[in-house]
Ligand binder design. Sequence first.
Ligand SMILES: [Zn+2]
Ligand SMILES: [Zn+2]
Length: 81
Amino acid sequence: MEVCPFCNGLASTPYTCPQCVEVLQDCGKTVDYLDNYSPYLDQQILQEVDGLPHAESNTYCVHIFYCPACRIEYEMKIHVI
Ligand SMILES: [Zn+2]
Ligand SMILES: [Zn+2]
């Protein structure tokens, strides 16, 4: 089974902000993030909220990254390994 390096603490290279090169904070998966606000959504709906078709949901893990310097959130598709 594929695992996301960011979900499992395996990522060796942190993402940096494209604007200021600050190291971005991983705020977690988009799905978990949204889950805080919508705990009753089922998996099917969450995958659609993810913005990814079902096939891509098995290939990518979408994370929210936050730059503390720019105060901007970035959505990144992480390729699972
Ligand atoms: Zn992940
Ligand atoms: Zn920045």
